[in-house]
Design a protein. Structure first.
Lengths: 788, 167
């Protein structure tokens, strides 16, 4: 996209240095644990060592005897106010603090409030809980067997562990297509539990002002406005009314979906502040974060693909068992219990598809949130991109050629998928062709053939993904009834400087810079003079927050539309000042001028001053606008990734030698920031592909519950990512952009797995579940007799 | 709980306080001295968000007791800027987009600063090795490597390439 603004104005397309960085590089960020209020006390949480147990008694005397311990809050305390249970976003319920039993290891059991965080921890040690262990259900398949212990005994009419069944597509037509197919492949694919592990954990400072009945909560939330409404709805009966609740998201140290839900700790802190009349701080430690906060993935999928012998794909079928832990606490739009999984036909022109998901309760933490992804898109992409390679292997076809043969073609857009989505725009062959050319695909294949002769293990993997982001159109998308629009409010000051506020909330994405650039592009006011604010519900317009790559598709769009409303008014003022008719004015480079007489012009700054000093008679003073943007469709970013791996026959270690990501997110606001998002997304794609997993033994004991064994990638394992772009603008977005923050997390895992399987394909390997650890690979090498 | 009077030189200034034996250095810095630039990201010395220099050596201040810093010198992220001028390592992170959420950044900056103190011309492999005890979830490390290289070039040129007293 050609630049329309100067470097001084810094509109779209400029790699503007981030406006938020000066505070971060000086250690002057303002994160929740940096907040210190007068009289503030500290909350720490007693957690269950058992995955499933009756609580027989909680003894608090010893804790309360410690000087500095102010209170111990239990489920019984909260039950007095009917706050011991809370609703989840998926209309299920979860405990704030238990009264009868615990349902997973590390579940909150009681909370200690003390004058100091060390004393609060002493208090936690001193609380004695008597448990009676109950049978544990860990495997979701066993959870659904007849006779399995029913976990949700709190639900009087619940007699099994089945949560929901969801399906999309035409089952019968897909069955017929499979029956007629020349070739069929089928693979069980498991995506294990993982955790976003943002480097900042979750926490809050709850500050209830008794005199005014006003509650302020500074908290690590990606969706402050929605949280305020949820608090008002959940705690309305104890007198918390929405106008007296203020949620503030300060700087957030990474979110990735993990800071969308309301965790019990937040609610206990609020309750403690109300009870004690003091500000209460709760900050998780890392183990609490990994062990108790919402997990992601945990999808047991069986994917099947039918095709003609020439490689034409004819039908897709995916059956999934979802492990949701003891409560469905996913963070999906309400009408989508399995998120946007029905994007699983991916980049291919499939005529028949059917997919179904059943979800089960187990004795594990509740959740089903995204891990830097738009509502189960990663799972869907993993299934289709993996099974596509399995088909290629079955047909002995090159996986690139198979993809090229089946891609939705550029002239088919807007493309209606068989599972009901309307893809806005795309050029899949161009992205894959660019990736193959840039990385030297044919040369790599030759190298691989030579190495195979010598017994060396090298693999090349491709993933040509399509995402669905930017939820979403209000017709289908809501969270507990609240439509998933988002907002922008722009106010131009008399001197032509700007404050702009949004319903979203950056957690590192760089909104203070990119939103300013949108204003600069639309109004010609330098981005340096646009102050962006988010996260304070007392000042920002209502919005649903930042997750699922929705900020640019929704609030970014709102920003452009609000700026255009301002331009409309500015035009009227300019016409008045220039004594011209509006029809005779043209807009360029931040000014209106009379057609054919460019010297007769008024800059946006002059117009802004006039809006307060010399506006037309009968017109309201001021220059500002608000827009609540209801997107007409989602956006469908895509890309083609190619990964090259070498496998050590001695250790089974997989080394990513090269990884090239070709992304297409439509028009780009800030290329530097987009590349940064891709780099980070690729790392968070590699992490579960090779390293990260949370698992449980038969007693529900967690493995992967601290950074000792939950392996977040370091700079040593992470390759030097390579990136390239194609640009296919979204036709419905005001400036042609699509969301991009999660593309790489979604696209990378199958590219890596496909590369590893490709390296071992000649040994008869067809699939490996993630994470592909050295141990897993070494065992395969040993079994095939090629381990060194 | 026993209390100890400690004297620690922080960014070159002597600070004195009475602390409990068990108080961690990171809490001493953040809560006693109000230097909240040093962050806490784990409890097991893995993430490095709490990295500070103790007598010139990078340490993870979540695993050092405040009393162990008695009589020693500490440098935190707040001490990198001198006379209103960013240190090249700070400028490098800004210019090369070496940070996103900013939470790991103070630890990364201190680790990068320490690396450049002992190796003015590190290779990419040496930079990756040096920061391997500092986890970043946002950047994929590519631009952090570039940021350290940017800073190394600026240090070697004897001056900062872009004066950045603004903002």
């Amino acid at each position: 996209m050609a630049l329309k603004t100067t470097a001084e104005v810094c509109g779209m397309g400029h790699s503007m240095k981030r406006k938020e960085d000066p505070r971060f590089i000086r250690g002057q960020g303002h994160y929740v644990d940096d907040i210190k209020l007068p009289g503030m006390v500290h909350l720490d949480i007693v957690r269950s060592p058992y995955a499933h147990a009756k609580i027989k008694a909680i003894h608090t005397e010893k804790a309360l005897a410690i000087p500095g311990v102010l209170a111990v809050i239990t489920g019984e305390t909260l039950a007095q106010f009917n706050l011991h249970w809370m609703p989840t976003l998926m209309s299920d319920t979860q405990m704030v603090l238990p009264v009868e039993k615990v349902m997973y290891q590390a579940q909150e059991v009681a909370a200690v409030i003390a004058t100091d965080r060390y004393i609060a921890a002493d208090g936690v040690e001193a609380v004695e809980v008597e448990y009676e262990p109950l049978p544990v259900v860990v495997d979701p398949r066993k959870a659904l067997e007849p006779g399995a212990p029913v976990l949700r005994t709190d639900k009087k009419d619940k007699h099994d562990n089945h949560i929901f069944h969801w399906e999309a597509g035409d089952r019968a037509a897909t069955e017929r297509a499979f029956a007629e197919a020349e070739v069929k492949v089928k693979e069980d694919i498991y995506i294990p539990r993982i955790h976003v592990a943002s480097i900042e954990t979750c926490g809050c400072v709850a500050d209830f002002d008794r005199a005014m009945g006003h509650l302020t909560v500074y908290m690590t939330t990606q969706a402050p406005h929605a949280i305020r409404t949820v608090f008002a709805l959940v705690a309305g009966h104890v007198g918390l009314s929405e106008e007296k609740i203020r949620i503030v998201s300060p700087d957030i140290g990474g979110g990735f979906g993990g800071k969308v839900p309301v965790y019990p700790g937040y609610v206990i802190a609020v309750a403690a502040s109300v009870v004690l009349g003091k500000p209460v701080k709760w900050i998780e430690d890392r183990m609490e974060n990994l062990q108790a906060d919402s997990f992601a993935r945990d999808y047991h999928m069986t994917a099947e693909l039918a095709a003609k012998r020439d490689g034409t794909m004819t039908a897709l079928r995916i059956k999934t068992l979802a492990d949701h832990g003891y409560a469905d606490a996913a963070a999906n739009p309400s009408k989508f219990p399995a998120g946007l999984f029905s994007i699983c036909t991916g980049s291919y022109d499939l005529k028949h598809a059917f997919t179904e998901v059943d979800a089960a309760y187990t004795n594990k933490p509740p959740g089903g949130i995204a891990y830097r992804c738009s509502f189960r898109v990663t799972e869907a992409v993993h299934a289709i991109e993996r099974i596509t390679d399995v088909l290629a292997q079955e047909l002995a076809m090159d996986p690139a050629a198979l993809r090229m043969k089946n891609f939705i073609q550029p002239d088919q857009f807007p493309y209606k998928s068989v599972l009901g989505w309307e893809y806005d725009s795309g050029n899949y062959p161009a992205a894959l062709a660019l990736a193959m050319k840039t990385i030297g695909y044919d040369e790599l294949r030759r190298e691989q053939a030579e190495k195979r002769q010598r017994g060396e293990l090298m693999g090349i993997g491709i993933s040509s993904f399509t995402e669905i982001v930017g939820a979403g159109p209000s017709k289908d998308f809501d969270i507990l009834g609240i439509k998933m629009f988002d907002s922008a409010e722009i106010r131009i000051h008399p001197t032509g400087k700007v404050i702009a506020r949004f319903g979203t909330k950056s957690q590192g994405q760089g909104h203070e810079t990119t939103y300013a650039q949108i204003v600069a592009e639309e109004l010609g006011i330098p981005a340096a003079h646009v102050q962006v604010e988010e996260g304070d519900t007392d000042t920002a317009p209502y919005g649903l927050g930042t997750y699922a790559s929705r900020s640019t598709p929704t609030s970014g769009a709102a920003c452009a539309v609000a700026a255009r409303k301002i331009r409309e008014k500015a035009k009227k003022i300019a016409a008045y000042l220039l004594e011209a008719s509006e029809e005779d004015l043209e807009w360029e480079n931040g000014k209106f001028f009379v057609k054919g007489a460019p010297q007769k012009a008024k800059t946006i700054q002059e117009i802004a001053f006039a809006a307060y000093t010399n506006h037309p008679p009968g017109m309201e003073a001021g220059l500002e606008a608000v827009d609540y943007y209801d997107p007409p469709n989602l956006t469908f970013p895509f890309g083609s990734y190619i990964c090259v791996v070498d496998i050590d026959r001695g250790t089974g270690a997989v080394k990513i030698r090269r990884f090239l990501a070709v992304d297409d997110c439509g028009n780009i606001i800030n290329p530097m920031i987009v590349d940064g998002q891709i780099h980070g997304g690729l790392s968070m794609g590699m992490a579960p592909a090779l390293l990260e997993e949370i698992s449980y033994d038969e007693n529900g004991n967690i493995s992967g519950g601290s950074f000792m064994d939950y392996l977040v990638p370091t700079a040593m394992e992470t390759p030097s990512w390579e990136t390239a772009k194609t640009v296919t603008p979204s036709p419905h977005h005001p400036f042609g952009a699509k969301g991009v923050g999660e593309s790489a997390t979604v696209g990378a895992p199958p590219a890596i797995v496909n590369a590893v399987v490709d390296a071992l394909a000649h040994l008869g390997v067809r699939h490996i579940d993630i994470p592909i650890t050295p141990e897993k690979v070494w065992n395969i090498l040993k079994e095939k007799g090629v381990a060194e | 709980m026993a209390k100890h009077r400690i004297r620690v030189k922080v960014q070159g200034t002597e600070r004195e306080a009475e602390v409990e034996s068990r108080l961690l250095l990171v809490h001493f810095l953040r809560e006693v001295l109000g230097l909240t630039g040093t962050h806490i990201g784990c409890d097991t010395t893995h993430c490095g968000a709490c990295t500070v220099l103790l007598d010139g050596q990078p340490v993870k201040s979540c695993t050092v007791l405040a009393v162990q810093a008695d009589g020693r010198e500490v440098l935190t992220v707040e001490g990198l800027e001198r006379d209103g001028k960013l240190h090249p390592i700070q400028d490098g992170f800004w210019q090369e987009h070496g940070l996103q959420c900013g939470f790991c950044t103070p630890g990364m900056l201190i680790t990068g600063y320490a690396l450049l103190q002992r190796n003015a011309n590190p290779s990419e492999a040496e930079i990756r090795q040096a920061i391997s005890g500092n986890l970043c979830r946002c950047t994929g490390y590519v631009n952090i490597v570039k940021a350290v290289q940017h800073a190394a070039a600026a240090v070697n040129a004897g001056k900062q390439q872009r004066p950045t007293t603004a903002a």
